[in-house]
Design a protein around this ligand. Sequence first.
Ligand code: DP6
Length: 322
Amino acid sequence: MASANALAHPNIAFVKYWGNRDNELRLPSNGSISMNLDGLYTRTIVSFQPSLPYDELIVNGHEIAGKNLDRVSQVLELVRRMAGSKMHAEVMSENNFPTGAGIASSAAAFAALALAATRATGLELSESELSRLARRGSGSAARSIPGGFVEWQMGTAEKDCFAFSIAPPDHWDMVDCIALVNPEHKKTGSSEGHAIAGTSPLQGARVADAPRRLAICREAILKKDFEAFARIIEHDSDMMHAVMMTSTPPLMYWQAITVEIFHAVRTWRAAGLAAAYTVDAGPNVHVVCERASAGEVERRLRELPGVGDVLSAGTGGPAQIV
Ligand code: DP6
């Protein structure tokens, strides 16, 4: 039996990944930039066992079958091919953040899986190779392999489509205050969403403009220019949701409270409390600010009627073996 145990953080995108130029290989239509979320993590133990007739997946103590197991098996299959092995694996995974909290668990999950599975078979992949492998399970997982502030370049082909750090976690002490909002409907998953992004007439413009947004966001992070950072991340999030809303079928992830938080954050910022919002494929609002403002931002978010809880996370490190 060969096993390894790895930990990875989820991440929040500042320039979003939405739509693929190749859904099978998860080659994105545009590059993206994110920050890993410290304190939140998935821990995964992978053990390859000669006696297993098929792969097994256990998440938070529950055995998982169907589509989620298939997705894990696809990544394990890539690892088996690289290692020249035929053994099946038992994958045991635990998240320390609530699954129903609307924080994408697939990024942390597939980053931890890629690292644990390759180490369990004795493979020592480079960071970019691991990022490419994690990408095959979930696109955003490519960004949970490196640490701190991360850019996932779209590349020209499978080989150069990976993520790398643009700044370490201690470069800028940022906090993501996640305002949890109750979803009214079961949401459409990201994978289905990526597949219909191209049906929106706005997606072409969004993709064509991505290099501009990436450059502004990258520079704002490197210079720690919060005002420029705030403007670009809100703009990018709004653009992605404009595409979602105008896809066929339309995807409307926002609730009334989601929009109320946007207005509140902009009012606070105009009055001197530096904070900015961004939203993924759900109704929760990520309000990003510098550490010094985090206590106040959290307190104000909690006061808004309709906000259930607020989870806060600083800037996290890379995926690692534990
Ligand atoms: C809105 O990485 O979850 O969070 O590749 O199908 O697993 P799959 O999609 P996923 O998409 C993330 C979408 C997003 C934006 C982002 O994180 O960049």
